[in-house]
Design a protein around this ligand. Structure first.
Ligand code: AMP
Length: 280
């Protein structure tokens, strides 16, 4: 497995692979890998792609006062894990490689990027869409792999790819969880042992909402109340708890199509998100 630092090197690598008939699968990440990241890599490799994994803690998707500086980083550890998961290349650019001085172009996806995390983190999805668009242009992959864990992000990227005619197939990989149900996240490393126990409230609230829908509840407001109640736990501070239509994140009053339950909450100083799709 190679580690490449510059856009020129990645381009040369991809051109070489293509000349040999390879198809490229891209896995964009911010590093500090866990089993969720590795699952994306395995899916890409399993589908026959040459697997390019980017590791870039993207400054433009962090707001002022967020955790950009303290976001966990460990390239040696990541490289070892990526290799075992079948990655062919790690692309690890510096911020100045992606955003050289004078940089001035951003991708703004309307609609799906509003509300939910878009309300709590202004500018976040503009940063995400911009960096993913750049990565698509740099790597020119046939396919790219994203986790359902970041549900709204997936919707933003699908919208962008469709609207900008980007010839990349977007594959969504189900959320990988700890044994007790907590969604894996690089930010879980911020949690103290007590916070780690409290963090389970997110998944438990989602399961509560799911049970309600499965038992026949169709009023979104009633499900949202149950989600909020499920998050009323010591050490947990609600950001949002919403029911949306799974296909397009549209707001719903009455659940008629597959729904997605989305929650965000602070556990101590750590903001966590999770979601569950419920078929009806
Ligand atoms: P991140 O490094 O957090 O930006 O995540 C990189 C990619 O991994 C994104 O597509 C995430 O949605 C995905 N991902 C993060 N956590 C999980 C998880 N628990 N299960 C599946 N995919 C995940």
């Amino acid at each position: 497995m190679e580690i490449l630092r510059t856009i020129t090197e990645v381009r040369e690598y991809v051109v070489g692979q293509r000349a040999r008939g390879a198809r490229i699968g891209l896995v964009p990440t911010m590093g500090y890998f866990h089993a969720g990241h590795l699952e994306l890599m395995r899916r890409a490799g399993g589908a026959g792609y040459t697997v390019v994994v980017s590791i870039f803690v993207n400054p433009t998707q962090f707001g002022p006062g967020e955790d950009y500086e303290r976001y966990p980083r460990d390239l040696a550890r990541d490289a070892q894990m990526a290799q075992t998961a079948g990655a062919d290349v790690l692309f690890v650019p510096e911020a100045a490689e992606m955003y050289p001085s004078g940089y001035g172009t951003y991708v703004q996806v309307e609609g799906v990027s509003e509300g939910l995390c878009g309300a709590a983190r202004p500018g976040h999805f503009r940063g995400v869409a911009t960096v993913v668009c750049k990565l698509f242009n740099i790597v020119q992959p046939e396919a790219a792999f994203f986790g359902q864990k970041d549900y709204q992000q997936v919707m933003v990227i699908k919208r962008m790819a469709a609207d900008l005619n980007l010839p990349v197939a977007i594959t969504v990989v189900p959320t990988v969880r700890e044994a007790d149900g907590l969604a894996m996240s690089s930010r879980n490393t911020y949690l103290s042992p007590e916070e780690r126990r409290q963090a389970l409230a997110l998944y438990q609230a989602l399961r509560l909402g799911e049970r309600l829908i499965k038992s026949g509840e169709r009023r979104a407001a009633a499900v949202e109340t149950a989600l909020r109640e499920g998050l009323q736990k010591p050490g947990v501070r609600l950001d949002y708890a919403e029911v949306r239509r799974a296909g397009d994140l549209a707001r719903v009053e009455v659940i008629e199509d597959d729904a997605v339950l989305l929650v965000a909450a602070w556990v101590g100083q750590t903001r966590l998100i999770d979601n569950l799709v419920v078929g009806v």
